[in-house]
Structures are given as C-alpha cells and as structure tokens.
Design a protein around this ligand. Structure first.
Ligand SMILES: Cc1ncc(COP(=O)(O)O)c(C=O)c1O
Length: 401
C-alpha cells in the first residue's frame, strides 16, 4: 500500500509478515471438510499456566497503581540472575540482576529494540549489516531494517544442520556486522546450537566487534538434554559476557504468553545502554507481573511437567510420521518442520482438504540471489494442542498429503 504521506520508507521494506501472507493465500478458500479447524500455523502455547500465576497477580493487586522501575525491580532482576546461574551452571556472582539483567514485556520488544542500540551509522565505512538465520523470526528482520542496517539472511538448510554456517560468512559481511541474531533452540527447525557452535559465534563477535544476540526463548522446551546457552559458552571461554546478550521469556517456559514478561541478560555495558534506550522506548513491566515472574523463574516443577507434555506430542508425531516428509524429532521447541516438496501448495491442500492451518516455510524466509528459498520445501506446524487433537490433525495430514 502506498500512502501519500511522508512516512518512514523503510516500513515498506517490511512487507513480509508471514501471517498476512497466509491470510492472502487462504483468501476465498473454504475448507471442504466440515471438521473443526486446527490452527497449527501459530506457535501459541495451549497448556494452562501454573495456578500460582493468577494467585500472585490477585495477591499483588494493590501494586497496579504504581509506576514500575524501567529496568525492573531489583528482586525480579535478581530472580532472573539466580535462574541463569543455576540453569547454565555459571560461576556464582558472574551474572547479577543489577549489572546484567533487564526485565522486559516479553522478548519481542527487546529483540526489536536491540539494533536501535547496537547499529551505528556506519561500520567499516559502509552501511552496517545485521545477520540472522534464514528462516528467521520476523522481528529480527524488521528490527534490522528499521534501524537502517542491511539484513543478511544466512540460509539454514538440512546441509548446514539448520543453523547458519559460521564458516561460510564472507569476511566483508562480518567486518560490517553490527549485530548477529541467533536462535537456539531454533524456530522453526528445533535444532540446538551446541557449546562449540556458540563459542565460535562469540569468538566471531569479539574478533569482528559486533553484538551477538542469542534468542533462547524456547530453551526449556527440549526433548533430551537441556540446550546450552550463550552465557554458559561465555563462562567456558573467559572474558565475561563481552558483546553477548541472551533473551529469555516466560511465554513458553510457563505457558504465559499473555503475561508479556521476559528478560535480556549479558554484557553489563550493553545492558546499561539498553536500559538507557528502554527509558524512552520500552514500557515498564507492571509490578504484579514482576512479582509473578519472580515465582515462575524460581519454580521448576511446572516447567518439567510442561516439557513432558510436549514430549508426548512428539512421541505421537514420531509414531505417525516416521519416514515421511523428512520427519525428524526436533531436539527443542515445539514445531514440526516437514519437507513436503512445496510448502505453499501443501499448506493450501491442508487448509482446503483438512481444515488444518500450517505455515509455508517460505513465509518466514527470504530467497538469496541464486539460491532456493530455504523454507520453500517446508511447512511449519506448531504441536501445541492436546494429544488427541495432535493425533487427529496428523491423521488428516497423512490423508491429504
Ligand atoms: C523465536 C522467537 N523469539 C521470540 C519470540 C517472542 O516471544 P515473547 O515476546 O512472547 O517472549 C517468539 C514468539 O513466538 C519466537 O518464536
């Protein structure tokens, strides 16, 4: 849409919202079957949040009238630091709430704001680059573009282990890099970056002087072993958290996507700058929400129970899809990434013939010159509903594809 107004032209480059594209694809197409619609395109947790969440919000209701501190309360920041320390076995005192943590309205806002902090006018005499995996979480792309950087989409294919190939990034791109987003466990493919991979990415950030932003918001939804984190890699390497930020959320860990609460942690110098930026651009997290967050970061039983429910869904998927559509059991996250040959065509068939909404992989990825779009062959399905619904949905999929 062209507006006859002097608005920011960079906004026009963001015309790639995957769900807008999906609406367009399905426009005028009604499912032929009258089975209930299965909304598996969106990765929205469906399990109930732990009862303590509503209880604490009610108990702390007298705090709604107060403006919260922009960086978060000292208690909430300390609770996040304590969780990081035990989750990633960090040396005691390496991460502190006061120096290394900011409380957020979910990670989305800070993933967006990060390049506003990290991207200078120029790097190596040219427009800076913002690197991201391809497919990507849409916010990385929008954030880099609106900050005036050149987004660089690093293809993640079966051949690269579904992570960016760190050895294949051209030197001039690294020299201009201001910010590199990584996501582990990765949305959509569910692969986990191991410690050696994270260490290599951190070494690149230090050698080429850029910020490494690691989106770890799926880190508690895993199949076998807890995914390692970038702060853990920092602890193994030495030099503190130099140039590294990690993003964590209660949305998936505690089924609290509507609470809008997460945090960013890492390099104290970056956290200080980020806090400064957020005094302008980030809304404070309400005090009752921070009180609930303290409890949720401090309690692991509900997280383990949640993980067990996801494992059951993938047991069902493994049983039903083994050997079909390049099925593999993702190490983390809650998405199926199925090789269906042509993701857009398959999504349309699934919708028309089975009332099953999926996301064509190409809608969350860009096509690099001379390459195939790394999402083209795939559909993404969020496995978030109850076991019977999962089984019924996969049965429909097997019926029509
Ligand atoms: C990869 C990834 N990062 C970040 C987010 C944002 O999560 P939230 O803002 O709820 O913390 C999402 C949400 O779906 C996501 O898929």
């Amino acid at each position: 849409m062209v507006l006859d107004l002097p608005i920011n032209p960079r906004l026009d480059r963001l015309a790639d919202n995957p769900f807008a594209k999906l609406r367009e694809l399905f426009e005028g197409v009604q499912p032929r079957s009258n089975e209930p619609i299965l909304p598996w395109a969106v990765g929205e947790p469906q399990h109930a949040p732990p009862p303590m969440l509503a209880r604490i919000l009610a108990e702390k209701a007298e705090l709604w009238n107060r403006y919260p501190p922009p960086a978060g309360t000292p208690e909430c920041r300390a609770a996040c630091a304590a969780w990081l320390t035990q989750r990633y076995r960090l040396p005691l005192g390496m991460v502190t709430g006061e120096r290394n943590v900011l409380i957020l309205n979910g990670t989305k806002e800070a993933l967006f704001l990060c390049p506003q902090m990290a991207v200078p006018q120029e790097k190596a005499g040219r427009v800076p680059t913002v690197l991201m995996p391809n497919p990507y979480y849409n916010v990385y792309n929008g954030a880099g573009t609106l900050a005036g950087a050149e987004p660089v989409y690093l293809d993640c294919t079966r051949e690269t282990g579904f992570l960016p190939d760190l050895d294949a990034i051209p030197e001039p791109v690294l020299a201009r890099c201001a910010l590199f987003y990584l996501c582990s466990p990765a949305n959509p493919q569910g692969v986990i970056a191991d410690l050696a991979y994270l260490e290599k990415a951190i070494a690149l950030a230090r050698a080429y002087d850029f910020v490494l932003a690691v989106d770890e918001c799926y880190c508690e939804i895993y199949d076998q072993a807890p995914p390692p984190g970038a702060l853990e890699a920092c602890a193994a390497m030495g030099d503190g958290f130099d140039r590294v930020l990690v993003f964590h959320s209660l949305s998936k860990r505690s089924n609290a996507a509507g609470l809008r609460c997460g945090f960013v942690a890492g390099d104290a110098r970056l956290i200080e700058r980020f806090a400064h930026l957020r005094t302008y651009a980030g809304a404070q997290v309400p005090l009752p929400v921070q009180e609930a967050a303290i409890a949720l970061w401090g309690e692991e039983a509900h997280v383990g129970a949640n993980r067990a429910l996801y494992r059951r869904k993938f047991d069902i998927a493994e049983r039903m899809l083994q050997g079909r559509f390049g099925f593999y059991r993702p190490a983390g996250g809650f998405f199926l990434w199925l090789d269906v040959g042509d993701g857009e065509r398959a999504a349309l068939t699934l919708w028309r013939e089975a009332a099953l909404r999926s996301l064509p992989g190409a809608y969350t990825a860009r096509t690099n010159p001379g390459c195939e779009n790394p999402g083209k062959r795939y559909v993404r399905l969020a496995l978030v509903h109850d076991d019977a619904t999962i089984a019924a949905g996969l049965e429909r999929l097997l019926r029509v594809l």
